[in-house]
Design a protein around this ligand. Sequence first.
Ligand code: UD1
Ligand code: UDP
Length: 358
Amino acid sequence: MKKILTIVGARPQFIKVAPVSRVLRNEFEEIIVNTGQHYDYNMSGVFFEELNIPKPNYDLGVGSGSHGAQTGAMLKEIEDVLFKEKPDAVLVYGDTNSTLAGAIAASKLHIPLFHIEAGLRSFNKKMPEEVNRILTDHVSSLLFAPTETAVENLKNEGVVEGVHNVGDVMFDAVLYNITIANNKYKIEDFQLESKQFVLATIHRAENTDDLVRLEAIFESLSKLEDTIVLPLHPRTKGKLDTLGISDKIKDAKNIKIIDPVSYLEMVFLESHSKFIITDSGGVQKEAYFAKVPCFTLRDQTEWVETVDIGWNRLVNPVTENLLDIVNDTQSVEYVEHLYGNGDASSKIVKVISDYLGK
Ligand code: UD1
Ligand code: UDP
């Protein structure tokens, strides 16, 4: 049996690895390496338990740090694991520092690299994720693009070999878990009423590391008429505390800050929300999957398809008035299958089998 070494480390990667690993293990030996980029129980452990992700073979425990320190520490540790395990290929997900560290380690040792969620571009190189994606794509042997737009982006950079449009593994994850979530929870469990609250998440560096933007975001949220449920990412919590914004938020009675929730809780809350406000890549798509309107507090998005059909609206929190935009938004026609058919994991494993042989 061929050996594939999977590298994960951050919350969205735990969610993506669950459906892929389930199928991959039917045909391959999988070694999971968790870099430990995210480490709080509600950012990491809860997903392994709830989504039945196999226990990592290696927990590197790298934790937080500046980009160089964090990525460098991961790179060194991953290289040691690669020397030891000698896998036939390395599999990485998305665009975090864990993705980049895995990509550099594998490519320097001439181990074929497979990238899930290849070809996404925001065309803003100030985003750490954009740099991570571009570099990873350019050293990958198999590039699993979720959309035609991603395939085109790669083509425009001269990357055509090994590119496969398979759809989005996050759609696989939602389809598998939404029934489980619906059987597990009632909206009353959260002291909420269905469609009577707004769900929000904020964590992007471009929003949290800019005081003007961060203040504008919370100012805008406080002006909305609805109750806003905000599972707060630890990065944002840290910034609010150090910048002294926390007290102002406590005065905004409509904003209900809670700790990060589990994936099952999240997809359940998404489906019962009136609309979603976010800067998360994954949550933008989950809003579309849940058929809930979305307002994205960013200047660009990689997930352009949801914006193109009018389901997702980009809002600059500093120069635009979120309340007016929310109130003026008309309902739009839903377009099915922007991100494939929910069988991305099987398609990925088929392509890998053809590439490696079993
Ligand atoms: C990372 C990814 C981002 C992704 C996000 C998903 C990079 C460059 N960024 O951003 O693309 O959208 O994960 O959530 O890889 N912290 C904790 N506990 C944790 C994890 C983080 O307290 O379990 C705090 C630390 O103060 C840390 C900060 O959050 O310094 C940022 O964490 P980090 O992993 O560096 O980046 P994210 O903002 O989470
Ligand atoms: N998510 C979660 N609990 C939360 C917030 C988000 O389970 O409290 C899930 C969400 O449903 C989605 C993923 O985390 O599947 C998105 O991750 P995140 O927003 O951290 O990163 P991004 O997608 O922006 O890289």
